[in-house]
Write a protein that binds this ligand. Structure first.
Ligand SMILES: Nc1ncnc2c1ncn2[C@@H]1O[C@H](COP(=O)(O)OP(=O)(O)OP(=O)(O)O)[C@@H](O)[C@H]1O
Ligand SMILES: [Mg+2]
Length: 364
């Protein structure tokens, strides 16, 4: 297999065209671009799940900006306070001694038409009210026009704003729907063509699209799978990308996710996971085929594993139950109550990730 353009798989790559988002692009441009004629325009709020193309769309729009309009892209994950955002908007270094009103004065002294993007706006937390307040204050000025695009994963973002901020918003809202399997296939095929030309079995791309569509319609995950599958095909010196490479890629990404999750857990949580995985694999203590294990038996096995495998003093059964609840909140296992007698209930625990991945993590 010959790689034509590896760069097109990088996470920073912004494609030249964004299929299935033409309407959204068109709408945003029609709301904001009249700012070039020195008029005040509404703001835009974009909602949507992860991987639905929000960032790509605004970066694309940033490349088409009309002459005389300043475009600022700000990611609130990095500029996570009102101070940092305003200094970025004003184009100032964050120097000691500068105040927010200094930035505002600077913007007013040199009037411009600006479109400011606040990506991942949730990271601003309570500061978002201040940011919107200051931007609207600058906008009151006759000669400066600032419109912003707010991007968020949270559908309830507006309800968390101050009543005052909310009432002065003047927003147009837009929801980016998750991609379906058909759209993901289109996106993947376009990208695959750039990277490997036609050296692929269409069924392989279809498989990635189907898997990613089930997994929230996340284009980022779909492209990650494509990238991994191509990497595997290359390692195997394959002539083209096949379904088997995709299957391996799915396993590999799932394992990466499981390792990341386990790695960030404290040791006793890890031991608990190891114990559940071992019991699940050996079918030891399972009440039936559903994979549920009574928590008492799980605890006994945890004690044994702690002492014998991890050479650690096990924690009390009370603490152990807390670990189980925390792991349940993380989504790596689930629990349910089983009624044994008229008043006798017992808690059952089931692993929500592949037990083989868990054991493999510890073996490595
Ligand atoms: N319509 C599209 N055509 C081609 N590629 C796309 C399209 N939509 C998304 N992508 C690709 O999918 C990946 C994720 O997109 P993007 O970063 O824009 O998602 P997002 O909605 O901003 O997600 P998040 O909420 O996690 O920030 C990017 O690599 C992007 O290139
Ligand atoms: Mg984004």
């Amino acid at each position: 297999m010959e790689i034509k353009n590896r760069n097109a798989l990088s996470i920073h790559y912004v494609p030249d065209n964004l299929p299935y988002r033409e309407k959204e692009i068109e709408f945003i441009q029609s709301v904001l671009f009249p700012i070039a004629n020195n008029i005040r325009v509404p703001n835009v709020i974009i909602y949507g799940n992860t991987g639905t193309g929000k960032t790509s769309v605004v970066k694309y729009i940033g490349k088409k900006i009309p002459e005389g309009v300043v475009f600022k892209y700000i990611n609130a994950k990095f500029e996570n306070s009102a101070y940092k955002v305003l200094s970025k908007v004003a184009g100032e270094e964050e120097k000691m001694g500068y105040t927010i009103s200094h930035f505002i004065q600077k913007l007013k002294k040199d009037p411009k038409n600006m479109i400011v993007v606040l990506d991942e706006a949730d990271f601003l937390k309570k500061d978002i009210d201040d940011v919107l307040y200051y931007l609207s204050r600058i906008n009151e000025d006759l000669e400066t026009h600032i419109a912003f695009i707010l991007i968020t994963n949270k559908i309830n973002l507006k309800s968390q704003l101050d009543a005052r901020t909310r009432s002065s918003l003047d927003e147009r809202e837009l929801f980016f729907k998750p991609y379906d399997a058909f759209q993901l296939r289109g996106i993947l095929e376009e990208r695959a063509k750039l990277v490997i030309g036609d050296q692929y079995d269409p069924a392989a791309i279809q498989k990635i699209a189907a898997v990613a569509a089930q997994d929230n319609g996340d284009a980022r995950y779909a492209l990650k799978l494509l990238s991994k599958a191509i990497e595997i095909a290359e390692q195997q010196n394959a002539e083209k990308l096949e379904i088997s490479h995709v299957d391996r890629a799915i396993e590999s990404l799932e394992f990466d996710l499981v390792s990341e999750t386990i790695k960030t857990q404290p040791l006793n949580h890890q031991i608990a996971l190891y114990a559940i995985a071992k019991m699940t694999l050996s079918k030891r203590g399972l009440i039936d085929d559903s994979g549920f294990i009574p928590i008492g038996e799980l605890y006994n096995f945890y004690v044994k594993v702690s002492e014998q495998v991890f050479k650690r003093k096990p924690k009390s059964s009370k603490r152990f139950k807390e670990y189980i609840s925390e792991l349940e909140n993380l989504g790596v296992l689930s629990t349910t109550m089983l009624r044994r007698g008229s008043r006798d209930y017992t808690r059952l625990v089931r692993l929500g990730i592949n037990p083989k991945d868990v054991i493999k993590f510890f073996e490595q």
